[in-house]
Design a protein around this ligand. Structure first.
Ligand code: GLY
Length: 371
């Protein structure tokens, strides 16, 4: 099975979701019609395995692709890595007639996307995400960038890829933790836009956990449609796209306070619950709904445990560093019910006063503290 959706931005680009993706003619044609020199850029964990396999698959189409790799991990999503890759490409005399293929998780697609945006003033990039998180989030919508010692993703730009190829076979070997990271983003999409999807995620638990390919293709397709609808209306993240930040204002601060000991999915899952609690305090959301969401996250084995709320001052300090805060004030995406975010006078985020936030952090400490 293969599904295709189109992201209608300038320029438009296709997303293909399937298994055995490279055997489909539409993918073969995509590469052969490109008429570019191809360079696959991946990380050190993937280069010898799926990196080599992709290179061989392209050879079967009669295409030569060079394979480059940089050290795996968020610590290497830096300006230095970008520069080192640029130098390697320049030394090998790649010019504007080059297409970069980003093969990997969100670190790879973000960094290679940024590299493609500036290399020779811009060359095309094709994303081949290998994690569920990168499929449903990082590879859609054109946010690219690198981290700095001052914070994550602070240097980058919006740059849309030429195409995104999502091969669900890559997901079969993903660790349970990495798989959960992606599931949390899919649950988030359901919570901000699609109550039916939320209920299907609840009822199809067994198939989703078995990673049945057709079930994954459907699930990723539905999740991508939600993100597509938001980025098409608000490419530059000035309005509706901010809804995708649900759970992330608290989640990013949890990650920062806990020195990234929690996975992104674990932090965002707790973040979503705290932001649901804020929605409840704000008089928007029923307590029963908060409990329903918590039950679903527990069903998907999210541990929901952190000591990050123990030191409120430190937590608030980290939250103020979030690049989405305005004048050091925290703004949150709130929910009215599952699938329905609170939008007030065209604003997609709501400023929460310090007292309400303080109470929510006390509640979070009482609910999620490990001891
Ligand atoms: N990850 C949220 C966004 O792409 O806007």
């Amino acid at each position: 099975m293969i599904k295709q959706l189109t992201i209608n931005l300038a320029p438009t680009y296709p997303i293909y979701i399937g298994d055995e993706l490279l055997t489909h003619d539409v993918i073969k044609n995509l590469f052969t019609n490109l008429n570019k020199k191809l360079v696959i850029i991946t990380d050190s964990n993937l280069v010898a395995t799926i990196g080599k396999t992709l290179q061989k698959q392209l050879e079967q189409y009669g295409l030569t692709a060079e394979l480059l790799a940089f050290p795996a991990g968020e610590a290497h999503k830096t300006r230095e890595t970008k520069q080192s890759l640029e130098d390697q490409l320049l030394q090998r005399k790649y010019g504007r007639d080059t297409c970069l293929i980003a093969l990997g998780g969100g670190v790879v697609t973000d960094l290679v996307g940024f590299l493609a945006a500036t290399y020779c003033r811009g060359v095309p990039a094709i994303y081949v995400p290998t994690t569920l998180l990168a499929m449903v989030d990082a590879s859609i919508g054109g946010k690219t960038g690198v981290d700095t010692p001052y914070g994550k993703n602070l240097i980058g730009c919006f740059y849309q890829p030429k195409a995104v190829l999502m091969n669900v076979n890559y997901l079969l070997s993903l660790s349970a933790n990495e798989y959960r990271n992606g599931m949390v983003e899919i649950i988030k999409h359901a919570m901000i836009a699609d109550a039916d999807l939320f209920h299907r995620i609840k009822h199809q638990y067994v198939h989703i956990m078995e990673r049945a390919p057709n079930c994954l293709i459907e699930l990723i397709d539905e999740s991508c449609l939600i993100k597509k609808s938001m980025v098409e209306k608000d490419e530059k993240d000035l309005g509706m796209r901010q809804l995708l930040n649900f759970g992330h204002t608290i989640g990013h601060a949890i990650e920062a306070v806990s020195h990234y000991q929690l996975s992104h999915g674990e932090a965002v899952a707790i973040g979503m619950l705290v932001e649901c609690y804020l929605s409840m305090q704000y008089g928007l959301l029923d307590e029963a709904v908060l409990q329903e969401i918590r039950t679903l996250l527990e069903q998907y084995h999210l541990p929901l445990q952190t000591n990050a709320f123990a030191d409120k001052e430190l937590f608030l300090e980290k939250m103020a560093l979030d690049k989405k805060s305005i004048n050091n004030k925290a703004y949150f995406v709130l929910l009215e019910k599952i699938g329905k975010p609170y939008v007030n006078a065209g604003q997609f985020t709501t400023r929460i006063d310090a007292q309400l936030l303080d109470q929510a952090l006390d509640w979070a400490n009482s609910q999620f503290n490990r001891t």
